[in-house]
Ligand binder design. Sequence first.
Ligand code: ATP
Length: 449
Amino acid sequence: MSDSPVAAQKSPPSDLKDMSDLVSLSKRRGFVFPSSEVYGGINACWDYGPLGIELKRNVKESWWRAMTDREDIEGLDAAILMHPKTWEASGHVAGFVDPLVDCKKCKARFRADKIDPAALQAKKCPECGGELTEPRLFNLMFKTFMGPVEEDAAVVYLRPETAQGIYVNFLNVQQSSRQKIPFGIAQIGKAFRNEITPGNFIFRTREFEQMEMQFFVKPGTDMEWFEKWKEVRIQWHLDNGIRKNKLRFHEHGPKELAHYARAAFDIEYEFPFGWQELEGIHNRTDFDLTRHQQYSGKKLEYFEEESKERFVPYIIETSAGCDRSLLVALVDAYRFDGERTWLAFHPKLAPYKVAIFPLMKKPELTEYTDKVFTDVRRRFRATTDSAGSIGKRYRRQDEIGTPFGVTIDYDTLRDHTVTLRHRDSMVQERVPAENLIQVIEERIQNWGK
Ligand code: ATP
């Protein structure tokens, strides 16, 4: 395929420098809107628009297929509200706290662990130099009440992570699916954290979705599985087209490591605001299941037939943010060459794969376009557009990251060929209309090769 237009793609001219460019593109084109905007918005809550929801579904689909199209992982969709004891067992009631400091002058609020230790010691606001309060501990769980009476006994929490729903279902899943260890449970779902310092668009929000997989292994084999999952997970981001030089591992040192964890690595991405966590891979030992045994009084052990051994499995966790992966998809795809803005999504993430245009709004061309559109959309998510000059229509599709444009012109009526335009290289090739779907399939299969 060395002579294919895809192979001829040029390297990108420039990346996203300023998040505000992405925020405005996202709003203008219908990826992400500020939540409750007619009321002036609500801090750090965002709504996904028509293209955003497609992109999000594609991110989730990519994750779900990668994680569950294998024999050793089962899916789960646990409730957001769980028995309140869950959060005592998990340590979230006592320990899910961030120390926070407020500036008495400008009222800015900071996580004490995220500001310069010298400023914290001097109690000096990093923004205005005003005086900071003493650090206070703040529980990040959202509380609500079950039933009509708002009393302590009725307190429940919105889950701050999806993982606990998996742990408490460990035996239900294992026994109903007759899995043998090692095996995993995958789940995608909402989580809520009353973050002190949300921000950077959808990077840190108070309501978000996680894509988590917990892999149950025999103690002693845990580090081997930990290493395997690290590699599988970084490869997933690469397979989504995320550029290799923008991804790295960050190992948690002894100070960062949670008390129960034996090892932890973050996959980090280089955002315009620096390297930040995108996903965590953790060796959680037998901490979670042991705690749930203690708090529930129910055994959460596994019996291994071959060795006749009974043990509490160790857990290797892979915990990715769905919204954060979507943000990475947008940030990584953003290109600007001084004139043209486009999103260089991998086709599997692109909201639309193909856009089909009549060269002009003439009945003989639109009729042909409709036929091609009907055919193509049976195979790919596609759109059509006949408003404005063809150049403008290409640019609109570039901005929403549609990898392929198809134009129907007067030659099409004569010889039944169409123009296939490639978003990244802008190269155009002439393709017989009857081969169009097959050619696009080939181009997608060879993407990036
Ligand atoms: P941080 O230290 O940045 O608050 P964390 O280490 O607590 O994050 P985890 O609990 O490991 O994060 O969560 C796993 C993943 O869930 C993160 O890598 C991230 O992608 C996502 N995530 C966590 N908190 C948020 C949030 N407030 N908004 C969006 N995504 C989040």
